[in-house]
Write a protein of this length. Structure first.
Ligand SMILES: C[C@H](O)[C@H](O)[C@H]1CNC2=NC(N)=NC(=O)C2=N1
Length: 101
């Protein structure tokens, strides 16, 4: 099988433009990835959020690394096909914030 079409990593200029504009997302130590933690009033709130994010992630064919404990959801975004951050992560982070709002 031929490799998938390559996805470009963010350039330094794109990082400087897009990453500071993402509210609450921080660059992960030792990885080219961004992370944010979300809290809800209870498990139903957290899981409802995850369900909505799952649907838009599947539609975008770009999926989060995440974990859930009761009312908390920890999300890490990176582009596995690019071995680092790409615009797909910036767009998914914006969409996730839209769902959480
Ligand atoms: C075949 C499929 O399009 C790819 O494997 C997609 C799926 N979801 C993905 N999600 C993330 N976070 N990174 C990827 O590189 C990626 N690649």
């Amino acid at each position: 099988m031929e490799a998938r079409m390559s996805i470009e990593k963010l350039t330094d200029a794109e990082r400087a433009e897009h990453l500071p504009a993402l509210t609450g997302w921080t660059v992960v130590d030792g990885r080219d990835a961004i992370a944010k933690s979300f809290k809800f009033s209870d498990f139903v709130g957290a899981f409802g959020f995850m369900s909505r994010v799952a649907l838009l992630a599947e539609k975008a064919d770009h999926h989060p690394e995440w974990s859930n404990v009761y009312n908390g959801v920890d999300i890490v975004l990176t582009t596995h096909d690019a071995d680092g951050l790409s615009m797909r992560d910036v767009k998914l982070a914006r969409a996730i914030d839209g769902v959480a709002a």
